[in-house]
Write a protein that binds this ligand. Sequence first.
Ligand code: DCP
Ligand code: CA
Ligand code: CA
Length: 355
Amino acid sequence: MTARIILHLDMDHFYTAVETREDPGLQGKPVVVGADPKGGQGRGVVATSNYEARKSGVRSGMPISRAWKLCPEAVYLPPNFPLYIRVSGEIMAIARRYADKFEQWGIDEAFLDVSSRVKDFAEAESLARQLKQEIQEKEKLTCSIGVGPNKLVAKIASDYQKPDGLTVVKAEDVEKFLSPLPVRKLLWVGNKTEERLKALGVSTIGDLAHFDPAVLTEMFGVAGTQMFLMAHGVDRGEVEERGEVKSISHESTFEEDVGDVSTVLETLDALADNVAKETKEQRLFFKTVTVKVRYENFETHTRSKTLPFMTNRSQDLKKTARELLFPYLSPERRIRLIGVRVSTFVSAERQQTLT
Ligand code: DCP
Ligand code: CA
Ligand code: CA
């Protein structure tokens, strides 16, 4: 295998950073995005907090009531997912242009294989700097980037100096870099594994790298072998391009709530035609059809069916959408909105190679 250079990009305190960009009044204050704290009685958890709130010990996933105890003075905000998804899409569009192969990973991070764009780690570093700068200029947000010879090392490196970090780990420096870090940093070493390793006297990645691999395999099976390789910074996983589009949908709110079944079905057909057209334009085939119906009292239902075949035909979509919608149609119940969505895609290119 020829040497690779991989970047891992991770946005800094993503949800709270976006909220602060939208409302500069939040700057410098502790901010928590998550469930409503209700004066300490709230249920649900913290989605994220900014670095000011983290100083008080607030963490992602923690009960919101606990966050409230640790940091009652923070500004608590509910999540605005449509906003985060939009900003994420913009960031990914910028980052994608820097890579030969690009893989989004979660809402705020991505792997970039830049092997053919740069000739060494020094060039990769300046490419990473450019990317950071473009995101800063266009999105007014900071990120942290790790550069390494594979995804594992790049991911650990992006987390190494946060926020606004840039950490480059050359192939020859991998073991030195990993050695002092806690084993937890090896991505899927969970709490339980961590405890068992501790019992063996293994707390750093270096400890793990120097452990007898046969014992690890005996104790943890394949995962043990995997861990040992990771401790040596070995990761053959490729940056995998994934189709960006997860679903295509159209919906329509009636000017006035509708009781007439034929009007509803006509609209459903028109929506299905639009969805099918867009699917074809994107050179995709779908397998799953979902319809959504909202009654005048805002009661909302969605129902899906997965077809036994891939298709892009409008008539398949219309037939399935009608079938799904029929149980919800009744002259007594007036409808406010209907929608049609398709998902579970295979790209046209892939489909051709399969058949
Ligand atoms: N998130 C969430 N619940 C969690 C973890 C994360 O809802 N338990 C959301 C909120 C985060 C976003 O995902 O803003 C990205 O998660 P990260 O783990 O990357 O955390 P942040 O970007 O918030 O902080 P960091 O600067 O440490 O990356
Ligand atoms: Ca992040
Ligand atoms: Ca992340």
